[in-house]
Write a protein that binds this ligand. Structure first.
Ligand SMILES: [Zn+2]
Length: 324
């Protein structure tokens, strides 16, 4: 297997969101990539600037950040031939590595816009190094800028930031300094193309936790009514479990629950409801082992949410009475 560390730069509508083409809100203007073998040795680089066809002027923010001259654009090829060469250069059996979760998504959206057939497997796994960095060096939840990670790891800043090939170079340098035996299991799943049918839904065993990606539902209520989307099983043996705390909303689009496997103890379930690219809602569910402490905190949290709701209802009733 080869790694393709990739970074894209894109432009957006210079006249603002109201005038953008919704099929291609972000138009890719530069691709940078470094290919690494299994020992993380560099085996090739790809870099090309792309002449935009949708938004001809750069958005002021793009201009501030990426510094591509008009002359470079004038000499550049358009997206279709560049991306064809890029995909051929990547080869087969590659694992994409990106800083953050947007590059593969925008690459595929641009490919769809130009009707280039999508060669990637389904589900498409990739390494979001920004997430892995947070798991290894931070709290696992926060996300930091590439430049901050480069500084923290004392990587010499020999090149500028925010050009595709330079950022790719730094991403690869960060990767080489990470403990991939420890965080390599935290693979991400690309959510640009989602399961359309029940049979296509994704269950992945990442060793220490299970991840499930549902098909697309018309709305949040339909998603949370679905038996499979809300089902729980033991992340270690896969057997049915006892329900301890039913799904409850932990604010926003996150739901939590607690179950118990007769052999492996407590398992914590977490559902995130996400907006699908083509409209609708899909479920990302993770199931992982939990200790007594986590189980206790989950119970307390549910109790808190419940009493909050009760208070609110009580206040509403009183308010209605007073205005009546
Ligand atoms: Zn079990």
């Amino acid at each position: 297997m080869n790694y393709v560390v990739m970074d894209l730069e894109w432009n957006q509508c210079p006249q603002g969101k109201a005038r953008e083409n919704p099929r291609i809100p972000f138009e890719i203007v530069e691709i940078g990539a470094i290919r690494l073998n299994e020992n993380l040795e560099e085996t090739g680089t790809f870099h090309e600037v792309i002449r935009p066809l949708v938004y001809h002027r750069l958005h002021f923010r793009t201009q501030e950040v990426i510094h591509i001259s008009q002359e470079e654009f004038d000499h550049a090829r358009t997206f279709s031939p560049v991306v064809r060469d890029f995909l051929a250069w990547c080869g087969e059996d590659v694992r994409f590595v990106t800083w953050g979760s947007l590059d593969l998504l925008e690459l595929q959206r641009n490919m769809d816009y130009y009707r280039i057939s999508n060669p990637f497997p389904l589900p498409l796994f990739y390494s979001d190094l920004q997430k892995m960095y947070s798991i290894e060096f931070d709290d696992g939840k926060s996300r930091c800028a590439l430049e901050d990670a480069v500084e923290a790891l004392q990587i010499p800043k020999s090149r500028p930031f925010h050009r595709a090939l330079d950022d790719t170079f730094y991403t690869a340098e960060v990767m080489k300094r990470m403990d991939l035996n420890q965080v390599g299991q935290y693979q991400s799943i690309d959510y640009y193309r989602l399961p359309q049918k029940k049979e296509e839904e994704i269950w992945c065993d990442f060793g220490t936790y299970l991840k499930y990606v549902s098909r697309v539902f018309p709305n949040k209520e339909a998603a949370m009514r679905d038996k499979t989307a809300t089902s729980m099983r033991c992340s270690k043996c896969g057997l049915p479990v006892w329900r301890k705390v039913r799904w409850f909303s932990s604010g926003g689009s996150v739901y939590l629950s607690l179950v118990q496997c007769p052999r492996h103890g407590y398992m914590k379930g977490k559902i995130r409801l996400k907006k699908a690219c083509g409209g609708g809602i899909f479920v990302v569910k993770t199931i992982k082992p939990a200790d007594e402490d986590t189980a206790r905190r989950l119970r307390e949290k549910k109790e808190k949410v419940r009493s909050h709701r009760k208070d609110r209802r009580q206040r509403q009733k009183e308010a209605e009475k007073n205005t009546a």
